[in-house]
Design a protein around this ligand. Structure first.
Ligand code: NAD
Length: 494
């Protein structure tokens, strides 16, 4: 895939989007529409059907029928797996269009969309496609006069609600294991990024998913998301998004049928650099890459850099240098190193955090201003603050943009206390050459993932999710199946 800037722009000019929901295997227009605007240049991309309660009802009814009466949950698991593998192949064939759609709708670099987001999506459908036929149940050794069976059954209709920062990968992390388990799904993408999900839905139909097994409805969170959350026909909610909206989903479940609620929420991840880091230059480079990758719109972004005071200035200066050198520009230009934020509303929110940090006394080392304003796009200079006080908003609240706060510590206990001084518990980084320190600190950190001497690495074999107010349950790996299956005990007296 060696497309030039001009190639990508030409493809973008001819790309046609699907703007209707997919319900029961068919396109569904519904009543109103809303316009998806590209943060790359502020131009309208497409008008998309806007789901209200009626469309959500139709989608849940289709998923319910497909679960209660259709073939999908009753197929041999390996057969379900083969459909997921066919879908992975179709995604691979349409990889360029899917990557371009993601880049245009939410502003990330098209090369990252192609190489990272789409690679992860394809790997996800392959992994669960291959796993589907390899699962076994339990028959524990128990009382001699009994036979006990512990079986896993698909939980039912899944409402999957996802954000815009990795619109396809995060959808895949929910849809693939749910389908592998035999559930049926209603997916609601973010209103900022419905176009890639609507294309994925068409590919799923082409791959041979029976009607109603995967439905996709586009629409506003407080309307379509709420209707899905409260719907009595939904058995499980699998949500990825902000902690504030995650609370709504717990309420929707409590106010309706006590459906299961799985939450992958926000983060404010610490990245601790100790003086014995194996390579300080590498640690600083990775710290900068981690917080500016995907415009900092990462739930796991290492947005709090905790550096030992003896090396703080050296590390901060290296990070600042990288921030200044980063080429921010058109997401379709392969030479760009950071794209556009997800929209002007989001850019304004991030700038609000920057202003508040200045008011709270943090020192702005670089960035903090919009750029490329003439393009109509939502671009921001990579931003670094140091002298950030631990009790200020910048040290505690998720910014979800390319904004780093640097804090310092004098000993390990202080570093761990600072790292854990947050309501979130999604991820953490640690740089040290000492194996015992690595294990001791990892144990002490309240985070779902701890990266040692690296950041943001992993594959499908390991679970992903948060502690504390970063959520519950895990995506990826065989553990994700726990979200979409119920355990049943059958006890037979012999
Ligand atoms: P968001 O919470 O605003 O929206 C997420 C989804 O919820 C969207 O589909 C949206 O339409 C819907 N929604 C919004 N308001 C709603 C309401 N009142 N009722 C029902 N549904 C509603 O999040 P976002 O801005 O799209 O994404 C950014 C957030 O997602 C960040 O907090 C980030 O940390 C988090 N995130 C978490 C993970 C993870 O795996 N832990 C991964 C990526 C992003």
């Amino acid at each position: 895939m060696d497309l030039t800037h001009d190639d990508w722009k030409r493809r973008a000019a001819t790309l046609r989007f699907h703007g209707s929901h997919l319900i029961d295997g068919r396109s569904h227009e519904g009543n109103g529409t809303f316009t998806v605007v590209s943060p790359r240049d502020g131009r309208a991309l497409a008008d998309v059907a806007d789901a209200g309660a009626t469309e959500v009802d139709l989608a849940v009814a289709a998923a319910r029928r497909a679960f209660d009466e259709g073939p999908w949950p009753r197929l041999a698991p390996a057969e379900r797996g083969r459909t997921l593998l066919r879908l992975a192949d179709l995604i691979e064939q349409r990889r360029t269009d899917l990557a371009l759609t993601v880049s245009l709708e939410m502003g990330k670099l098209v090369t990252d969309a192609y190489h990272i987001e789409l690679r992860a999506l394809i790997a996800t459908f392959r992994w669960y496609g291959e796993l589907a036929g390899k699962l076994t149940d339990e028959s524990p050794h128990t009382a001699p006069e009994a036979l006990a069976l512990v079986t896993r059954e698909p939980t039912g209709v899944v409402g999957a609600i996802v954000p815009w920062n990795f619109p396809l990968t995060l959808a895949g992390w929910k849809v693939a294991p749910a389908l592998a388990a035999g559930c049926t799904v209603v997916l609601k993408p973010s209103e900022k990024s419905p176009l890639s999900a609507l294309l994925l839905a068409r590919l799923a139909t082409e791959a041979g998913l029976p009607p109603g097994v995967l439905n996709v409805v586009a629409g506003d969170g407080p309307v379509a998301g709420r209707a899905l959350g409260l719907h009595p026909g939904v058995d499980v909610l699998a949500f990825t998004g902000s902690t504030a909206v995650g609370r709504h989903y717990l309420r929707y479940a409590a106010d309706s049928n006590l459906k299961r609620v799985w939450l992958e929420l926000g983060g404010k991840s610490p990245n601790i650099i100790l003086p014995d880091a194996p390579d300080l230059e590498q640690a600083a480079a990775t710290a900068a890459w981690g917080v500016f990758f995907n415009q900092g719109e990462m739930c796991t972004a290492p947005s709090r850099l905790l550096v030992h005071s003896s090396i703080a200035e050296r590390v901060t200066e290296a990070v600042v240098e990288r921030a200044r050198a980063l080429r921010v520009g058109d997401p379709l230009d392969p030479a760009s190193e950071m794209g556009a934020l997800a929209g002007h509303d989001h850019l304004d929110r991030v700038l609000g955090h920057v202003r508040a940090a200045v008011d709270d006394g943090a020192r702005l080392r670089t960035g903090g201003q919009p750029l490329q304003t003439g393009t109509g796009g939502a671009y921001l200079r990579p931003t670094v603050f140091d002298r950030v006080a631990p009790d200020t908003a910048l040290a505690r609240e998720e910014v979800f943009g390319p904004v780093l706060s640097v804090l310092t510590f004098d000993d390990l206990d202080e570093a761990v206390a600072l790292a854990n001084a947050t309501d979130y518990g999604l991820a953490a980084g640690l740089w040290t050459s000492d194996l015992s320190t690595a294990h001791r600190v990892s144990r002490a950190l309240r985070a779902g993932t701890v990266w040692v001497n690296c950041y943001e690495e992993g594959d499908l074999t390991v679970p992903f999710g948060g502690m504390k107010q970063s959520g519950n349950g895990r995506d990826k790996s065989a553990h994700a199946l726990e979200k979409y299956t119920e355990l049943k005990t059958t006890w037979i007296r012999l």
